[in-house]
Design a protein around this ligand. Sequence first.
Ligand SMILES: CC(C)(COP(=O)(O)OP(=O)(O)OC[C@H]1O[C@@H](n2cnc3c(N)ncnc32)[C@H](O)[C@@H]1OP(=O)(O)O)[C@@H](O)C(=O)NCCC(=O)NCCS
Length: 162
Amino acid sequence: MIRYARPADRPAIAQLVTQAFGREAEAQLVDMLRADGDVLFELVSLTGEVVDGHILFSRMWADREGLYAALGPLAVRPEIQRTGLGSTLTNAALQVAREFGVHGVILLGHPSYYPRFGFSAEAARQVRSPYVGNPAFMALALEPGAFDAPMTAAFADAFSRV
Ligand SMILES: CC(C)(COP(=O)(O)OP(=O)(O)OC[C@H]1O[C@@H](n2cnc3c(N)ncnc32)[C@H](O)[C@@H]1OP(=O)(O)O)[C@@H](O)C(=O)NCCC(=O)NCCS
């Protein structure tokens, strides 16, 4: 089952994100994004009562009209990685983002994982950012033309504090 995360899920999410990444930085990032009010939405997947997957979208600052969001972190419980849950969560979150009216999504992630959802470094080419040119820096337009012109976009402040 996939649903929006609730405040009561936070301890389970922190544990899951820490396990998935093998360190605490990403769980701390999630906490900071929430504290700063920069979370757009979070989804969790559950097996019974157990949270086994989590994805977060945060607001980006952009110098173009429209809402731009960052995907991440994305975490799946280590024992069930590579069984399709990460893909299911990502597709569900992209659908939510469309419904929220998000024009474009940007991320820093595994270059071999995110192209399957349509992300590409090529789409991020016109985004002025310190990460441009890094193959991990990828974008996906949810509205036609979202990345057609040069633009500046910045991740929420918490990303620079982890
Ligand atoms: C990355 C992650 C979210 C993927 O979720 P998942 O449920 O394991 O992935 P899926 O089952 O949907 O997809 C499996 C595919 O992802 C690939 N994949 C899994 N982890 C990967 C990784 N760290 N880097 C690159 N590709 C990865 C697998 O090779 C597989 O590819 P294939 O379909 O070509 O065989 C999950 O492995 C995870 O939580 N990893 C630790 C945290 C992390 O790195 N998060 C992402 C940060 S960008």
